[in-house]
Ligand binder design. Structure first.
Ligand SMILES: [Zn+2]
Length: 88
């Protein structure tokens, strides 16, 4: 005796609200990362013009050389700058 069950296929492929949110978030992050990558490629802080360096504590984390305090600050010239961005 042959028994076969027909697999039920979803009739509609509507995007759920969650999927939409996830895609929107992904697109927003891609935009932010693309902008950050352009800044890093320029090699200069957009706020003060100092150089940028990568902070290996977090993936894709870039900071202005005038950020940080004390021995953590790489560029002691000019005013303190808090610029940072993420390329990943
Ligand atoms: Zn800066």
């Amino acid at each position: 005796m042959k028994t076969s069950t027909t697999p039920s296929t979803p009739t509609t492929k509507r995007r759920t609200a969650k999927q939409f949110e996830r895609d929107a978030h992904r697109a927003r992050m891609a935009e932010i990362h693309a902008a950050a990558q352009a800044i890093v490629a320029s090699g200069k802080c957009p706020d003060c013009g100092a150089a940028l360096h990568r902070n290996s504590s977090l993936a894709g984390w870039w900071q202005c050389d005038r950020s940080g305090s004390g021995s953590f600050r790489r560029d002691l010239s000019g005013a303190h700058c808090a610029f940072q961005c993420f390329t990943e």
